[in-house]
Structures are given as C-alpha cells and as structure tokens.
Design a protein around this ligand. Structure first.
Ligand code: GLU
Length: 428
C-alpha cells in the first residue's frame, strides 16, 4: 500500500495539520499528540484442550479532560499498540465533536476471535478485566464493543468487574446485551448515525436521497445498519457491499445493479461478517473482487471496514460521479487520499463525526445505567438523531466559516472543546 499506513502516524499527521491551522500552543500539542496512559499486558487463558495460551492485550487512555475515557475493545489478529493508540486518539475527538462528556480510549487483543470457542472467548475477556479492572470504571474508563467483540462479551466483562469490585456496576462497560443492562438502539446506532449524517450532507448538497445510490465497504455491524438505513430510511439504493471471507482469507464485493437487500444478506452472514457466497449467487448477486466497491459509479461511498482502505492507490479509482464519502470506519482514509478526494471535489463526512452514533448511544446507555431507568428505542434513536444532526451542523458551519476541508473542520470543533476543558481544569 502506498503512502502512510501506520494508523497512529496518520492520526498524528491529521492532528499536526490542524494544530498548525489553529496555531495551537506547542505545549498543548505535546499533550494531545500522545495518549496520557498506555497499558500493554499478557493474558494467559486456559484453552479447551487444557493448554495455556498467552494473549497480548492493550488499553490506551488518550485524554480524559472532558470525562472518563471511552472507547471499544477490538479483537483482531493485526492489532498493534499503534492501531490502539490511533483509535484511542480518534475517540477523544469523536466524543468531543458530538459533545458528550467523555474522553477517548481504546483497547485491543491480538487474536482472531473466530478461532476461539465460546468458553475460550469468555475466559479471554474475563482475563482482560482481571488485568485492567483497577484502571477502568464508570468514572475512569468505560470500554465497549468494536471489531471482533460482541454484546455477549461486554456482558461477561461487566459481570467480571462487578464480581471483582463487589458491586453490580453496569456502567463500567457499554454495548451490553438487552436485558443485561444494554440500551435499545445500541446495535443499530453506528450505522444509523452514519445515515443521519449522509441525510444532512444530501440536504446540504441538494440531492434527492431517493435518486441516490451507494457502495459500501464491509458488512459488519456498521455496514449492515448503514445499508438498512440507506435503503429503508432514505429510500436510496445500495448497489454493493463487500466482506472479508474468513474461509477463503480474501474479500469479495457482492453487487446487484437493482439494489442489494441488506436484511436478506444479513440472514446469510455469519457472526464474523462473512456472507455465504453460494446463497448470494443463487439470489442473483454477482460476486466480484473485494476492491471493486470503490470503483462503482454511485453517489455515495461508505467505507465501513478497517483503517487505511482509501489510500494513494485506491482513491484514484473513485468515480467522478461520487458526491459524498461517508466514513463509517475509523481512519479509512490516508492523508494522501484526502488530497485526491479534495481535488475531486467530493464532500467528506469524516470518520469521527460520521461514525459517532455508536459512542453516543453508549453514552446514553451509561446514563440509563446510572438512572436505573431505561428509554424506548424510539426515544434513544430520536436523541441520537438530534446529537448527530447538531454535530454535523457545527462541523459544516466551521468548514464554511474557515473555508477548510470537512475533516479539518471536525478537528477544529473537537480540539477547541478538549482544549477548553483542559483550560477549565487548570491543566494548561
Ligand atoms: N467502538 C465504537 C467506536 O469506535 C464505539 C465506542 C463506544 O461505544 O465506546 O466508536
């Protein structure tokens, strides 16, 4: 892959660029360029065959000026301290841009969860909490799901923390299952949030959503609900999604010119996001190379997989008719690709604005846990829409006022809020 591929280097470059535009004090930059705290640890787990396997775990707490650190735990074979640092840094900006009183953090384990049995997964996540429990908590750092982790795992982690601390503490973690302290709407939140920002972008560009088409990269939690939102809420057409096929160890694009049916595709997708090719083919989908999604002649591109996917090599393949890129993933676009997107005149909804719906409903989940009183799904989604819409408006206003790219505008809004909290607390 050409250009910057290290995610943390990308996060620092993006920050440095905006710090320069803002003429931010060098001492303040020094605080914000790096996570405040980092934990790297080993988790020994008893496997089903009786052997012990040792896993590498991480938790990074980037900044907690605005409130407890917040962010998911990712289980991925390619996880590194740098990917966790990058994702933790982006969480600080994400919580600030949607104006929820939380800081940023992220966790990870180097593992392919599909290779573990249910019992091994449970022992691994409980092991993670046994190492970290003194450094997390509802007023310290609140983990959540991300790629490779599930609501059930969050339930086990909450249970482990509650046992160790001797108190039922649902607010220690979010993304828990419904009936186990979870919030209505949390599963849909990130994907629907992406679509609320796409709707606002379409209003701004005066596009009729019903006439718009989209291509989506990925078919995990974010992509699935973005596809549902795009078709069912906006009335648009999604022509393809892509997915990582864990059996073939490669990715494919599932294309249907007259529009994919996201609920059908979900019904033939396993829990790790691999779509059943035979069943898809039988239903009239053409199965193409995983890289094809980005070349489609659509109005909206939604990268909703992993970081670094829109880069110096792939960005030139984007059709001249694409009008909006909505970043469902964290860090999908490299700084080199940003320049190509700007040159093509595409409107960008940057990642930590676009995909902030998940953490916003996580925040609502924590509020409901504290109150011990739970809202309906409609109430949650309405509150989510209000938050996403006003965050979009604040970033668009900044972009127009300062005549900057939407990513830079989102950084400007977020950095100003974090810096203000640091000032008010006397850190700077
Ligand atoms: N992992 C999600 C994200 O990247 C959600 C984080 C959370 O809910 O704390 O935004």
């Amino acid at each position: 892959m050409a250009g910057t591929t290290n995610a943390f280097e990308m996060a620092q470059r993006q920050f440095d660029h905006v710090a320069e535009l803002l003429k931010l004090d060098p001492q303040v930059r020094e605080i914000l360029r790096w996570p405040l705290r980092e934990y790297a640890f080993r988790i020994p787990v008893r496997m089903d065959d009786g052997s012990i396997r040792v896993f590498q775990g991480f938790r990074v707490q980037h900044n907690d000026a605005r409130g407890p650190n917040k962010g998911g735990i990712r289980f991925h074979p390619a996880e590194t301290l740098d990917t966790v640092r990058a994702l933790g840094t982006w969480m600080t900006w994400k919580c600030a841009v949607v104006d929820i009183p939380l800081g940023g953090g992220k966790g990870g384990v180097i593992v392919d969860p599909a290779t573990l049995s249910t019992g091994e997964k449970e022992r691994l996540v409980r092991g993670w909490v046994q190492v970290m429990w003194k450094n997390i908590g509802p007023r310290q750092d609140v983990p959540a799901p991300d790629v490779g982790t599930t609501p059930q795992m969050m339930g086990w982690m909450m249970d482990e923390y509650s046992k160790l601390s001797g108190q039922y503490t649902p607010g220690v973690i979010t993304g828990k299952p419904l009936g186990g302290g979870g919030s209505q709407g949390r599963t849909e939140a990130t994907g629907f949030g992406v679509i609320y920002t796409v709707r606002e972008a379409m209003k701004h560009l005066k596009l009729d959503p019903k006439k718009c088409t989209a291509a989506i990269q990925g078919f995990g939690n974010v992509a699935q609900y973005a596809a549902i939102g795009f078709t069912e809420q906006l009335g648009g057409k999604v022509v393809c999604v892509s997915c990582w096929d864990r059996n073939d160890k490669t990715s494919y694009t599932f294309y249907k010119a007259d529009g994919i049916d996201p609920r059908f595709l979900m019904s033939i997708t396993d829990q790790y996001g691999t779509i059943d090719k035979e069943k898809a083919r039988a239903a009239g989908y053409s199965i193409e190379d995983g890289g094809e999604w980005i070349k489609k002649d659509v109005d909206v591109l939604i990268p909703a997989a992993l970081e670094g996917q829109v880069n110096a090599e792939t960005a030139p393949l984007i059709s001249k008719n694409v009008k909006i890129i909505a970043e469902g993933a964290n860090g999908p676009t490299t700084p080199e690709a940003d320049e190509i997107i700007k040159a093509k005149g595409i409107f960008l909804v940057p990642d930590f604005l676009c995909n902030a719906g998940g953490v916003t409903v996580s925040y609502f989940e924590g509020v409901q846990n504290d109150m011990n009183f739970y809202w309906t799904k409609d109430e949650v989604l309405e509150k989510l829409d209000t938050k996403m819409t006003s965050a979009f408006a604040a970033v668009l206003e900044m972009s127009e006022k300062e005549k900057v790219f939407m990513r830079d505008a989102a950084y400007m809004v977020a950095i100003a809020r974090v810096v203000k909290a640091m000032e008010l607390r006397g850190w700077i």
